[in-house]
Design a protein around this ligand. Structure first.
Ligand code: C5P
Length: 236
């Protein structure tokens, strides 16, 4: 079972940039848990996932699938062969789609990566959700309902803002994972993230995994920034 951890978002455009970054960590005893998103996966394909896995990293493959259940099921069964540790879908694809994703991801021997769902993207404001998407509920009620749907479909947890992790845990139980981006050091740059908090506070509120990109990837010393993040989040 995966334990609480810091996940570094490898938001790089190529394998070359990614390995240049990862080489900095080659003497680290603790191999960082990495997130591979759409940019890197679409640029380099499954080969990059296999190579990063070969180097001994745990991987969260963040492709946010959202399509009809049959298509998602088949896509997930292809992704299950990559042997990642965690992957995801959009909860708005419905409970049926999430169940299909879970079925597709489960290998013949019954094993599978963790499957989590995106509730509402943190880039979606309550105003836009209500006016463009015609969802009349509040953003918090929507997030809680999507998290409950995710649990009902049998998935393992959700991606949400660290500030929402507490209410998700309250609604879905403490075993239900929360994976939270939007984390910044107290003395760091916020960038384009809006609802942010620190690693230590994220843990207090209920995050199981924090996804951290630029505070580590753009730091003058990424290894030191990673170590600081782990120390603050895990209290080690
Ligand atoms: O650089 P930064 O720490 O902001 O990176 C956060 C990572 O988490 C990025 O890969 C971003 O795409 C992702 N993410 C997010 N908010 C979400 C879902 C994913 O910031 N709601």
């Amino acid at each position: 079972m995966l334990k609480n951890d810091v996940i570094i978002a490898c938001d790089f455009k190529s394998a070359e940039d990614t390995f240049k970054f990862l080489d900095l960590f080659k003497d680290e005893e603790r191999k960082p848990f990495l997130k591979i998103g759409m940019e890197l996966y679409y640029a380099e394909g499954p080969a990059i996932v296999r190579e990063i896995k070969r180097r001994g990293h745990r991987i969260f493959l963040d492709l946010k699938l959202h399509d009809i259940p049959n298509t998602v099921k088949k896509a997930m069964s292809v992704l299950s062969r990559l042997d990642v540790d965690m992957t995801n879908v959009h909860a708005s694809g419905t409970i049926d789609m999430m169940k299909a994703a879970l079925e597709g991801l489960t290998r013949e021997d019954g094993t599978r990566p963790l499957l989590i769902a995106v509730t509402q993207l943190t880039s979606t404001s309550e105003e836009r959700m209500q006016q463009e998407l015609l969802i009349g509920a509040s953003i918090n009620d929507t997030i809680v309902k999507y998290a409950q749907n995710t649990k009902a479909a049998g998935l393992d947890g959700v991606v949400c803002s660290p500030l929402e992790a507490g209410m998700v845990k309250e609604a879905c139980g403490k075993e239900f994972f929360t994976i939270t981006p939007g984390v910044r050091f107290a003395d760091g740059e916020v960038g384009d993230q809006v609802r942010v908090t620190t690693p230590a506070r994220a843990r207090e509120i209920g995050s199981d995994f924090i996804v951290v990109g630029r505070p580590i990837t753009a730091a003058a010393d990424p290894v030191a920034a990673y170590r600081r993040c782990v120390a603050e989040f895990l209290g080690e």
